[in-house]
Design a protein around this ligand. Sequence first.
Ligand SMILES: Nc1ncnc2c1ncn2[C@@H]1O[C@H](COP(=O)(O)OP(=O)(O)O)[C@@H](O)[C@H]1O
Ligand SMILES: [Mg+2]
Length: 355
Amino acid sequence: MFCTTLRHASIFAGSSLKLKTMKVTESALAGANRAARLTQRLLAFSRLQPLDPRATDVNKCVAEMSEILHRSLGERIAVETVQGSGLWRAHIDRAQLESAILNLALNARDAMSDGGRLTIETSNAYLGQDYAAVHADVAAGQYVLIAITDTGTGIPPEILEKVFDPFFTTKRLGEGTGLGLSQVHGFIKQSRGHIKLYSEPGVGTTAKLYLPRETGQPEASEKPTRILATPIAGRFTILIVEDDEGVRAFAAGAARELGYIVVDVTGGAAALEILKTRSDISLLLTDVVMPGMNGRMLVDAAIQIRPDLHVLYMTGYTRNAIVHNGVLDAGTRLLTKPFTLDQLDRELRDILGEA
Ligand SMILES: Nc1ncnc2c1ncn2[C@@H]1O[C@H](COP(=O)(O)OP(=O)(O)O)[C@@H](O)[C@H]1O
Ligand SMILES: [Mg+2]
């Protein structure tokens, strides 16, 4: 399947430029072939393609793709896979999944023209009710997560909104079709999964594919119940630093709901001002990658002001990607977005429990 996609990509790439020099019959034939391929890809994101979802071992699938990934990405891009242990099986069409992973990897390659690192990680994941509530089309429940991270150019916020649109491309004529991500999106939606992109210009991009867990039963819907122990909150004030307004609002709302007193700001400079004037802040919850002062720089400066301050990072990247790229030390406490109210609760309790 992925070989087919590759071939398509290269035919697409050459087609428009060579058209003029072709003989009439050749160009008619090429046109018809192109139309057929285009139809296939259009079907893919208009949700009409037939899928054959089966119980799939995603670790095996990723491992078996290792060679084609190395070959497609070239020598200047290191490919690392981190396989989650005890991974559930996913309910997914394997050939289409391979094609999706390859599509994402090729986008990563294009974003790393000077070389870099591609990290593919798998893990079991849970999307909570609160996440489902703010993301249309997402059902809360258990998923098999594949996270594909690159250290490339990143995607500016104003472009991030458009990347799933069919035919949207920032690549030169002949180099991009703008169909890769819309195809992946269509396939994942049709499979009742979820795709989320996190990106920071100049740092890189993570694509998270949430595939439905294979339950062996048709449409088993789970209703998780949330049991919150008696709040230890109330006594504690948390300072939240996050440049993304949506994430900040969610994190602040969640922490307040858990009973904490919350102060939230958009960047490191404002956070340091608050730490200088308020002695009641027990914990700093900060984004890692932010314009200007990043999370790590902020924490270094914050500890100078308040050596006893507890710190919890949050990031859209995965722990491996962050630690391997040297942004944070191993052992640092880190919450990966999207996180649920329960995960935040557990993490805060764990840190502040001893406080
Ligand atoms: N990993 C990535 N890093 C940076 N930009 C990306 C990445 N993935 C996708 N993009 C952006 O999204 C656009 C659309 O991607 P896609 O639908 O695959 O089409 P194409 O690759 O043909 O341009 C790309 O042109 C690029 O601007
Ligand atoms: Mg692409």
